[in-house]
Design a protein around this ligand. Structure first.
Ligand code: PLP
Length: 373
């Protein structure tokens, strides 16, 4: 591809999204539903394009974090089931119901407030009950009988219609930890108790994120909620028998070539000194594009099938790479910052963070180019 007018762009290969979706489905139990994660602008890939694709693929749910993301999907004409995973302000309950989306409810006050807000609207808000089993985040704490009883009470509040129940794992990316199965045990115990108290089935039961799909597939239950896997990356070292490919590649183009003498210093802070006479390439990507400044001097990019290390501080809009050993590099040559090589995973490691954060960090200034739309 050429895109000669673009400064820096992210290629989003939707055929790879399809393949990853099918590859994940292939390893799931028969009949297991699929909630495709589209929070945070679909992990930076573009919520509309990914949402549309998931709908076309037949994903039973699209999961987002908040109302504004659900609204974006509906405004794009997406009619799938949408689950809002994080708590929403009670004032939004009628608007969420109006959009026909499902709200996660994880505490008694939120349940009561949402129920109150639904009064007189003539509708009910579809909800999934969130149970806290060890993530230490949202949800009715299943280790506390008072909270479990409160959860049971929430299930019968007027104006709320519960169609599912879920929990979230803290360390499912660590296959050697027994904590995920402890959480799963607590979840199952709570489901039994809730059924005993209310005399009703809980609806769709789900807990597996990407890590659990890879390492603890026995937790798939009625639905899984993978995010990272869909985008072709793995949360840990294990592959879980799946062959996934990165959907996003961030690319830029050599903007200028510069010549330097041994002893010259490069960029803000003068943290890099040329060891010898050097030829550098300026590439128009910086921390305002999502390339973390903490990566300064710690990574390399791909150019014409070779690696070139980045030198000096990453600036807001540019950084420099060493092409002294690559004399064939010309202005306009395409540079891969991450994608197939290096991967977002490799770069995340070098930044002291995870691939997730790098994907989400790709800023709106970076044009999204959809392949195989
Ligand atoms: C983000 C999120 C997921 C998906 O996590 P991955 O590790 O990307 O698979 C699943 N469930 C909840 C509640 C989440 O917040």
């Amino acid at each position: 591809m050429s895109y000669e007018d673009l400064r820096t762009w992210a290629e989003i290969d939707l055929a790879r999204l399809d393949e990853n979706y099918r590859e994940i489905r292939r390893v799931l139990p028969e009949g297991c539903r699929f909630a495709g994660l589209c929070k945070a602008n679909a992990y930076g890939h573009g919520i509309e394009a990914v949402g549309r694709r998931l709908e076309a693929l037949g994903a039973e749910y699209i999961a987002v974090s908040c109302y504004s993301e659900a609204l974006e999907l509906r405004s794009a004409g997406i009619r799938s089931n949408i689950l809002i995973l994080a708590p929403s302000p009670a004032v939004l309950a009628p608007a969420i119901a109006e959009l026909g989306c499902t709200q996660s409810i994880g505490d008694a006050a939120a349940a009561a407030a949402a129920s109150e807000r639904m009064k007189g609207t003539g509708r009910s808000l579809e909800c999934h009950l969130k149970l806290e089993t060890g993530m230490g985040r949202t949800g009715f704490d299943v280790m506390d009988s008072v909270e479990l009883n409160a959860a049971a009470k929430a299930l019968s509040l007027p104006g709320l219609e519960f169609t599912g129940v879920f929990t979230h794992f803290a360390v499912s990316d660590e296959p050697e930890s027994d904590f995920t199965l402890r959480q799963f045990g607590r979840f199952n115990g709570a489901l039994e108790q809730l059924e005993h108290i209310t005399g009703k089935k809980p609806g769709i039961r789900h807990c597996a994120n990407s890590g659990a799909v890879v390492n603890f597939r026995q937790t798939a239950m009625d639905m899984v909620r993978p995010g990272l896997l869909l985008y072709g990356l793995y949360p840990g070292a294990e592959r879980g028998g799946m062959d996934l490919k990165p959907v996003m590649s961030v690319k830029t183009r050599v903007a200028e070539l510069t010549q330097h003498r041994a002893g010259d210093t490069i960029s803000y802070g003068r943290i890099y000194t040329c060891e010898r006479d050097m030829r550098l390439a300026v590439i128009p990507i910086g921390y305002a594009d999502g390339l973390h400044r903490s990566l300064s001097g710690r990574f390399s990019v791909s150019i014409n099938g070779r690696r070139a290390r980045q030198v000096g501080r990453i600036c807001m809009d540019m950084c420099m790479i060493d092409v002294t050993e690559l004399p064939d590099v010309r202005v306009g040559d395409v540079v891969t910052v991450f994608g197939d090589s290096p991967t977002a995973d490799e770069l995340g490691g070098r930044a002291g963070t995870i691939a997730y954060e790098l994907l989400c960090a790709v800023s709106p200034r970076v044009a999204r180019i959809y392949l195989n739309e």
